[in-house]
Ligand binder design. Structure first.
Ligand code: XMP
Ligand code: MG
Length: 171
């Protein structure tokens, strides 16, 4: 597997701190509940929360999609539910990557049913080209057009999550 560095640890650290500042300003005086989407977002979430200047609580969820190649959200299943009540809370979903937008759309629809006070999305990477549903994250770390990326929590078949930098896979 050939790979090329895309975002260095230093670049990521700086951008994550900027994002944490944006979020802290947006929710000044409040406490947020961050919901990390497993597994990919766990490193991002861990860094992000430690740069916040507002208090936050943490929960996790996990989704899986099956039957690739479809344009519907019907093939997405929640394999781990959130465990905390979110009714009336200011909730921020923390995602690794928004690609087609199917996973995020499904998750947002599910969480909205529980009536949070507000619901926003923070994505580490926004991949623009393959979007099938016109959905945008409220806070975005990096934007790329396309390509498969690994490291900083992101994997290829469970490998490479532990790498501190983000790499793009070269065919
Ligand atoms: P959709 O298409 O529903 O999918 O927006 C988003 C999910 O797909 C995974 N994904 C990736 N994971 N490198 C990864 O390690 C990638 O380049 C990549 N592109 C999409 C990711 O889990 C995300 O939550
Ligand atoms: Mg993955």
């Amino acid at each position: 597997m050939k790979r090329k560095i895309l975002f260095s640890k230093e670049t990521i650290d700086q951008r994550v701190r900027e994002l944490a500042d944006e979020i802290s300003q947006e929710y000044e005086g409040r406490e947020i509940l961050m919901i990390g989407v497993l597994k990919g977002a766990f490193v991002f979430l861990a860094d992000l929360i430690r740069s916040l200047s507002i208090p936050c609580e943490i929960d996790f969820t996990r989704l899986a999609s099956y039957g690739a190649g479809t344009v519907s959200t019907e093939n997405i299943v929640v394999t781990k539910k959130i465990e905390m009540p979110i009714k009336g809370r200011d909730v921020v979903i923390v995602e690794d990557i928004v690609d087609t937008g199917l996973t995020l759309t499904y998750l947002i629809n599910q969480l909205k049913k529980e009536r949070p006070r507000s619901l926003k999305v923070c994505a580490f990477i926004d991949k623009k080209r393959k979007r099938k549903i016109p959905i945008e994250a409220d806070f975005v770390g990096f934007t790329i057009e396309d390509g498969f990326v690994v490291g900083y929590g992101l994997d290829v078949n469970e490998k490479a999550r532990f790498l501190p930098d983000v790499y793009i896979i070269e065919e």
